[in-house]
Write a protein that binds this ligand. Structure first.
Ligand code: HXC
Length: 257
């Protein structure tokens, strides 16, 4: 692996991003966030993109937070600019038109947890540790944690985590709905391969529309959101995927999308 702050590999439309500052437990600094923005420029322009998987280099951490050394001497204006840079970039990641999945392979704290929350879902290794420990440093979450965490796990659990700063293990993260699955660390790679095959084998436009319906619908009242679903459902009959998918089923063969 080269020493870029994020390692990017793309194979058959599946992009794999590895946060690559293992000596600092992959802490998010400005250089890493700029690199993420450049990678997003590339990913957003790819029509052949099918999914994005994100993990951390090494066996210890996904991301242990925003970089505390870089933040310590910031003024309020500088802190605002840093948070804004991260929020904008993380929102672009969240709004990629394809599934974005966090493979949480260890510490997932502060800004790291906020990064995972912006992913469509997360799976964790059994040694993963989650938390929003910002209050222990005299600050609050600034990369979206006070807003995305309650939307993921409910306000009571989010308030517990952001006001106590306590850390939780992977099993508790599973129980509260912060992650979808827990597995041994060695199994994360197999999960990534299985997921790449599953998502790679589905109708790519259908997968994009499914994500769009969920994301855009969450921001709307139920009637508007159901109307959006109907529009996207109808639109899926306009391309070649629906005809291929349904014909393949009736002809008892695998579809070729
Ligand atoms: C910078 C960090 C870091 C971080 C770890 N390191 N977390 N550097 N920013 N967030 C560095 C350590 O300084 C150390 O560097 C090396 O990584 C290894 O960490 P250790 O502490 O020696 O490891 P260990 O004893 O195993 O403890 C692991 C840990 C602990 C429990 C994860 O590192 C820790 O508590 N880290 C901070 C977690 C945190 O508070 N995150 C929230 C940050 S605030 P050296 O050079 O000594 O080897 C945040 C705000 C987001 O995220 C919003 C901003 C706008």
């Amino acid at each position: 692996m080269n020493d870029a702050p994020i390692h990017l590999a793309i194979d058959a439309g599946i992009a794999r991003l590895t946060m690559n500052r293992p000596k600092a437990l992959n802490a998010l600094n400005s250089a890493l966030l700029s690199e993420l923005a450049s990678i997003l420029d590339d990913l957003e322009s790819r029509d052949d993109l099918r999914a994005v998987l994100i993990t951390g280099e090494g066996e210890k951490a996904f991301v242990a937070g925003a970089d505390i050394a870089e933040m310590r001497d910031k003024t309020p204006d500088e802190a605002r600019a840093f948070a804004s840079q991260a929020l904008t970039t993380i929102k672009r990641l969240e709004r990629l038109p394809v599934p974005v999945v966090a493979l949480v392979n260890g510490f997932c704290l502060g800004g790291g947890c906020e990064l995972a929350l912006a992913c469509d879902w997360a799976v964790a290794s059994d040694n993963a540790v989650f938390g929003q420990p910002e209050v222990l440093l005299g600050v609050i979450p600034g990369f979206g944690g006070t807003q995305r965490l309650p939307r993921r796990v409910g306000p009571a659990m989010a308030l517990d985590l952001v006001t106590t700063g306590r850390k939780i293990d992977a099993q508790e993260a599973l129980r509260i709905g912060l992650v979808n699955q827990v597995m041994f660390q060695a199994e994360l790679e197999q999960y990534a391969e299985t997921l790449a095959k599953q998502l790679g084998g589905n109708g790519p436009q259908a997968v994009r529309s499914a994500k769009q319906a969920v994301h855009d619908g969450m921001d709307q009242d139920l009637d508007s959101a159901l109307a959006l679903e109907t529009s996207l459902f109808a639109l899926s009959f306009a391309g070649s995927e629906q005809s291929e998918g349904m014909s393949a089923f009736l002809e008892k063969r695998k579809p070729s999308f």
